[in-house]
Design a protein around this ligand. Structure first.
Ligand SMILES: NC(=O)c1ccc[n+]([C@@H]2O[C@H](COP(=O)([O-])OP(=O)(O)OC[C@H]3O[C@@H](n4cnc5c(N)ncnc54)[C@H](O)[C@@H]3O)[C@@H](O)[C@H]2O)c1
Ligand SMILES: [Zn+2]
Length: 359
């Protein structure tokens, strides 16, 4: 499993950390336009000062950079710069840069090491960990990719200070998710310190990031290729979320916003199947209520969605197995499981209606 370092300022430790992991001091530094502008100079200066050879790549800051066209352009730049398999790649950015950088690293010269330096809350707690890397195909997101474990994940929570609030809340959905699926004590911690965490205050933000990253890494390690159902629990709230994102044509709604709403639905579904108590339902909803979610528009759109339309959209998502939807439910706060049987449509619809009534 990759080592995860949480440290501020992590850039001062490149030489030491790369050395400990037998990584060459020859690094391709990949940024998007925003992370280049915000952190590029200080990271490149730190690499240069610590004696690295550096080759810099920059892509537009948008989801469409996770494309074959962009990857092809980057391969060309690397070949022209004589980058060979003795190099490694440092991906500095959110999930877009992390996924694209991981994809390039997994394929270039049959694979070079990748070091993730995530700069969004979602990337620090989710996308940089676990080795899933991919680009999109016009017919679907994340369809072309690899399992390519990062050699190192370098997390510096101070980078979150420039992150727009909406992105902070989007990442926070995954943080809360880890509490729900794996750690009731962590859920309590989030409940008590929610405002400090979203305000990026230490030690709260570092603690939240560290615990989330550790939970994700632990789940991935125990079920790397998604065989036992454990890794599937990371998809708590996501069956609903993917349906919502698809309905919105992946616009207007951030993934994390869809996940927060999806978790409200999943809590209600758990209650309807009587796997959790009323108390657990209310406690869970109280935490999710702290999301400003994030704009009123997102909530309003959710209320306007027909439950049947959402269910249909969920059915067309790629994560279905034999056309049956699979749901991750809670056994209690802090423990999730993959529900083994299909759930009748009318129960799912009722849970969506419950959720709409409570948003
Ligand atoms: N590989 C996985 O396991 C996995 C898991 C979840 C999501 N993902 C992928 O992650 C992507 C979404 O990632 P994301 O939410 O990080 O989005 P993102 O990478 O698009 O980043 C969001 C925005 O924030 C900007 N930004 C990044 N760091 C910043 C900072 N510190 N301050 C200010 N602005 C900053 C970016 O330039 C971008 O405009 C999707 O493509 C999704 O498919 C992958
Ligand atoms: Zn997610």
């Amino acid at each position: 499993m990759s080592e995860i370092i949480v440290s501020t300022p992590v850039r001062n430790r490149f030489e030491e950390l790369f050395h400990n992991h037998n990584l060459a001091k020859k690094t391709v530094a990949l940024f998007d336009e925003n992370t280049r502008e915000l952190f590029g100079n200080e990271i490149l200066d730190a690499l240069n000062l610590q004696g690295f050879s550096v080759f810099e790549l920059v892509v537009p800051a948008r989801e469409t950079s996770k494309s074959f066209r962009t990857a092809y352009r980057l391969y060309t730049q690397l070949i022209e710069a004589d980058v060979d398999r003795s190099w490694n790649l440092l991906a500095v950015g959110g999930g877009v840069v992390g996924d694209l950088g991981g994809y390039i690293a997994a394929s270039y010269y049959r694979g070079i090491p990748v070091i993730q330096l995530p700069t969004t809350l979602l990337a620090m707690t989710d996308s940089s960990i676990g080795g899933k890397v991919a680009i999109n195909h016009p017919l679907g997101k994340n369809l072309i990719g690899f399992f390519h474990m990062p050699e190192l994940v370098l997390i510096d929570p101070a980078y979150l200070k420039s992150l727009p609030q909406r992105e902070v809340y989007a990442g926070m959905a995954e943080v809360v998710k880890y509490g729900f699926i794996a750690d009731a004590g962590f859920l309590d911690y989030i409940d008590r310190h929610f405002q400090d965490i979203v305000a990026i205050k230490d030690p709260f933000i570092s603690e939240a990031v560290r615990t989330s990253a550790a939970i994700k890494a632990d789940v991935v390690e125990k079920d790397f290729r998604e065989q036992s159902g454990l890794r599937a629990t990371l998809n708590f709230g996501h069956t609903f979320a993917h349906g919502l994102e698809k309905l919105a044509d992946y616009r207007h709604i951030r993934h994390g916003e869809a996940v927060a709403l999806g978790m409200v639905c999943a809590l209600h579904l758990s209650r309807r199947l009587e796997t959790i108590s009323d108390d657990d339902l209310e406690r869970g909803l109280a935490i999710l209520n702290k999301f400003r979610l994030s704009t009123r528009m997102v909530k309003k759109r959710f209320k306007d969605v027909l439950a049947t339309a959402l269910l249909e959209s969920m059915h067309s998502d790629k994560k279905k197995v034999d056309k049956q939807l699979r749901f991750v439910l809670l056994e209690k706060l802090g423990k999730a499981y993959l529900h083994p049987e299909p759930i009748e449509s009318n129960i799912v619809i009722a849970a969506i209606e419950d959720a709409k009534g409570r948003c």
